[in-house]
Design a protein around this ligand. Structure first.
Ligand SMILES: *Cc1c(COP(=O)(O)O)cnc(C)c1O
Length: 499
């Protein structure tokens, strides 16, 4: 041992958190970041590199001796940035944007600064209590029933992703059901959702031990705007009951990923409650719009629902990852997930006077993420958050108007939020395969320019283009330029195919 110590080089006494060094480097980094935000518009929004581009240029081993931040940032500029698909680009219209803000960034810095691991109240009282407060704040903005708030009889928690929100609620529902009918009936539990529900629903159901043949994805149609029909739900549930199965859980959508379809919560929850199902609402993207009174009606009927999840990283200016989950009866989740090892025991937890968030989630450790939301809500106020949502919707409406004014295009489903679903119209004389091919080619061409990034989806067998407005830096001029580019693509394509 002595020999080893005497051989240690002097650099081993280094301090990886020297405050003065940090002050200097952080300045450099903040400058780099602010420059990036100013320049991001000029980079190709969809990365044009080939697989392996980075792996083939970076050294195989980590450096033995330290390198300067200046050198490292040069490599970020020259090696990393060309391989980025720039989610922060104002020309990003793919998937759903992942919104950001200065306030959330500063909150994230504080979160990282404290490095608190608030698994129970005592491990970081401020972390637990701030989370309870901001979840109630957001619940109030959304006008959720009091039964979802700590101010009432429920409460909320920050999960990482929607998948985890679904998983913990499904496990709570499962354990409650099995406690009544016995664990040997596990294979009889059935879960329901529309065929438009995010693919993570099936994944989560498998994780929760639901038999794959008991995952019902009920078909929807274009006529009904791809929302779930209460009648079809009833038929499916009653058929399962008749064959001796046990209906367990229904996942509803407030804004599907493909087309932002909305399920009618009230009538569907009525059907579900007749059979005692747990009802969860996945409002990952569109839920944020409900802070505006004109969209709040989408949450009507919520008092009959057990849980609701909404991801502020999608549309409420937070960064990844931040999914808020509210529960009418958090004790069911706690009952399913609580652990009580000796090394975490403390007087406050034992007295049941505090919330221990480790019992509301998959992991034990958790970050102080509520700081992000707290900074956002306080720095901007509800007024600015509402105008942020409305401004995105105004730009989406504008794009929708452009599409409608061009007879070669059509809108596929009515636009409700910031997403426009459209395509080149089928020609009478050409088949649907040909239409799909043209639309594919158009999308490929637009994305290959690096000036706009959009994605596609397929619903009811129809291939459609998705234009999702909402990247934080997007302004009207970017939407105008994007449409000009799409039209240019259509001109070239239709000429070359002689249509
Ligand atoms: C994005 C999205 C998800 C997936 O969310 P994760 O947080 O990535 O698990 C689920 N549902 C809807 C409706 C979404 O738009």
């Amino acid at each position: 041992m002595g020999r080893l110590e005497s051989n240690l080089p002097e650099t081993c006494q280094f301090n990886p958190l020297d405050p003065e060094e940090f002050r200097k480097q952080a300045h450099e980094m903040v400058d780099f970041i602010a420059d990036y935000y100013q320049k991001v518009e000029t980079y190709p929004v969809l990365s044009q590199v080939q697989p392996g581009y980075l792996r083939n240029t970076l050294p195989e081993k980590a450096p033995y001796l330290p390198e300067s931040l200046e050198t490292i940032l040069k490599d970020v500029q020259n090696q990393i940035i060309p391989g980025m698909t720039h989610w922060l680009s104002p020309n990003f219209f793919a998937f759903f944007p992942c919104t950001v803000s200065t306030a959330a960034f500063l909150g994230e810095m504080l979160c990282t600064c404290f490095n608190s691991v608030g698994f129970n109240w005592l491990a970081s009282p401020a972390s637990t209590e701030l989370e309870m407060t901001v979840l109630d704040w957001l619940a109030n903005m959304l006008k959720l029933p009091k039964s979802f708030m700590f101010q009432g009889t429920g409460g909320g928690v920050i999960q990482n992703t929607t998948s985890e929100a679904m998983l913990v609620t499904l496990i709570a529902a499962r354990d409650k059901a099995l406690a009544a009918v016995g664990f040997h009936n596990m294979h009889k539990l059935v879960v329901y959702a529309s065929d438009q529900t995010h693919s993570t629903f099936a994944k989560v159901s498998k994780l929760a031990g639901i038999c794959p043949r008991n995952i019902r994805l009920i078909p929807t149609t274009l006529d009904s705007g791809f929302s779930l029909s209460p009648l079809k739900l009833r038929t499916a549930v009653e058929a399962d009951v008749a064959s001796g199965l046990l209906p367990l859980y229904l996942c509803l959508n407030l804004g599907t990923t493909s087309t932002t379809a909305v399920d009618s919560i009230g009538p569907l929850a009525d059907v579900a409650k007749e059979h005692g199902l747990w009802v969860h609402v996945d409002a990952a993207y569109a839920g944020s719009a409900c802070i505006c009174p004109e969209f709040r009606h989408h949450l009507d009927g919520l008092e009959r629902v057990d849980s609701l999840s909404l991801s502020p990283h999608k549309w409420l200016l937070s960064f990844l990852d931040c999914c808020c989950l509210w529960l009418q009866n958090p004790s069911l989740v706690v009952k399913a997930l609580s652990t009580n090892p000796e090394y975490l025991r403390n007087k406050q937890s034992e007295s049941d006077s505090v919330v221990d968030f480790k019992d509301w989630q998959v992991g034990t450790g958790r970050r102080f993420k509520s700081l992000r939301l707290w900074l956002i809500f306080r720095s901007y106020g509800i007024a600015n958050l509402q105008s942020h949502i409305r401004s995105d919707i105004r730009m989406a409406k504008m794009f929708e108007g452009f599409v409608k004014s061009d007879p070669r295009f059509e809108i596929l489903v009515p636009r409700e939020f910031g997403l426009v679903c459209f395509r080149l119209k089928p020609d009478e004389d050409i088949g649907s395969d040909y239409t799909e091919m043209l639309n594919r080619k158009l999308l490929e061409w637009v994305n290959s320019t690096g000036r706009v990034y959009m994605t596609h989806t397929k619903v009811g067998g129809v291939y459609i283009l998705r234009f999702a407005v909402g990247a934080t830096l997007t302004e009207e001029r970017h939407v105008v330029a994007a449409w000009k580019l799409i039209k240019e693509g259509a001109d070239a394509l239709l000429t070359c195919f002689d249509l």
